[in-house]
Design a protein around this ligand. Structure first.
Ligand code: NAP
Ligand code: ZN
Ligand code: ZN
Length: 347
């Protein structure tokens, strides 16, 4: 027995996404069956769909910003019951015994299984993501979405939210520090909201001058247009912390020179490769780090934080059949600030 599921898939790097159907497994004893109500559209979906990282397998059903309602649970599930409002992010399993898993950082487990484009150990073949009507996931990889949050505007928290929250917390960003968010897209706009909620002085560094009013509405104190020639000199040595969310290749050096001595820049954007000179690091003892989403425990902590502070994403709701157009708009930086698919349009 298995569960027929409607979806949208791509069959190759230059193909568009098209209607697709496949079977989900029947819930096993620790599984939760989730009716997907909304799925966010992450720039990683586009990188993956077009094989920009050279590791894509097809057919591919993207989508890892999944929210919905529990419709059935396996016989040994203890944490969820029918009707619960839940979410699933970028991975659906991991080894559960390595040091990273044991410390709640499953995203860094060598055997983490991604929500799509990973091996499906039960059904064989590939895991299929959230551009679909339902998903079956082990309860340990499911999180609870606070009832106070609207589900559509909460969906992008499952990737854009945790990816920006985690490095701000992990690297100990503190009240009063000067934080710069580079790129005001899906990740960037959540970075602004979290950095602001943590009491920092927030600056957006954007190559889109038209986003200034939005940046201010989102809580930004200052706005720097990075395409202006004097921008980098004018703001040199100013920031304690920079979060780079840019999706296109860019020289990291000019951004590093904006950090104070001992300041840190964290890459979360994944264009690869990007040029890097050692000089701005060495001459002010600055640090450059990377960060990948966040673990299950921290994702739940982030969702609870959003529930308490009433933080959600700014979204544009789309129909499933608008996905190809949404990808093109995302490439033009024309998203305010996350597309979310209304999965009712696929049923
Ligand atoms: P997005 O919504 O498309 O936003 C990316 C932003 O980058 C754009 O809005 C734009 O901001 C800026 N940008 C785009 N093209 C640019 C260019 N040519 N020059 C300068 N700036 C440019 O994408 P997203 O979903 O936030 O994802 C951003 C990146 O993070 C992607 O590479 C994605 O794969 C990666 N990602 C990483 C993780 C992780 O765990 N580390 C998780 C999710 C996503 P402005 O218009 O303000 O300049
Ligand atoms: Zn993502
Ligand atoms: Zn592990």
């Amino acid at each position: 027995m298995s569960l027929p599921t409607a979806a949208y898939a791509t069959h190759g790097p230059t193909e568009s996404l098209q209607p697709f159907s496949f079977e989900r497994r029947d819930p096993l004893e620790f599984d939760v069956l989730i009716e997907i109500l909304y799925c966010g559209v992450c720039h990683s979906d586009l990188h993956f769909a077009r094989n920009e990282w050279g590791m894509s397998q097809y057919p591919m059903v993207p989508g890892h910003e999944i929210v919905g309602v529990v419709r059935a649970v396996g016989s040994r599930v203890t944490r969820f019951r029918e009707g619960d409002q839940v979410g699933v992010g970028c991975f659906v399993d991991s080894c559960r015994s390595c040091p990273m898993c044991l410390s709640g950082e499953e995203q860094y487990c060598d055997q983490a299984i991604y929500t799509y484009n990973g091996p499906d150990k039960v059904m064989g073949g590939l895991t299929f993501g959230g551009y679909s009507t339902q998903i079956v996931v082990d309860e340990n990889y499911v999180v609870r979405v606070p009832d106070s949050l609207p589900l559509d505007a909460a969906a992008p928290l499952l990737c854009a939210g945790i990816t920006t929250y985690s490095p701000l917390r992990h690297f100990g960003v503190r009240e009063g520090q000067s934080v710069g968010i580079i790129g005001l897209g899906g990740l960037g706009h959540m970075g602004v909201k979290f950095a602001r909620a943590m009491g920092t002085h927030v600056t957006v560094l954007s190559h889109s001058p038209s986003k200034q009013a939005d940046a201010e509405r989102l809580g930004t104190h200052d706005f720097v247009v990075t395409s202006e020639p004097e921008a980098f000199e004018a703001h040199a040595n100013r920031f304690d912390f920079l979060l780079d969310t840019v999706s296109a290749a860019h020289d990291l050096g000019p951004y590093l020179s904006l950090l104070k001595p001992d300041g840190r820049m964290v890459l979360v954007g994944l264009p690869d490769p990007s040029p890097l000179s050692a000089f701005p690091l060495i001459f002010r003892r600055r640090s450059l780090s990377g960060s990948l989403i966040g673990g299950i425990r921290e994702t739940q902590e982030m969702l609870n934080f959003c529930g308490e502070k009433n933080i959600t994403c700014d979204i544009e709701l789309i129909r499933m059949d608008q996905i190809n157009e949404a990808y093109e708009r995302m490439l033009r930086s024309d998203v305010r600030y996350r597309f979310v698919i209304d999965m009712a349009t696929l049923r």
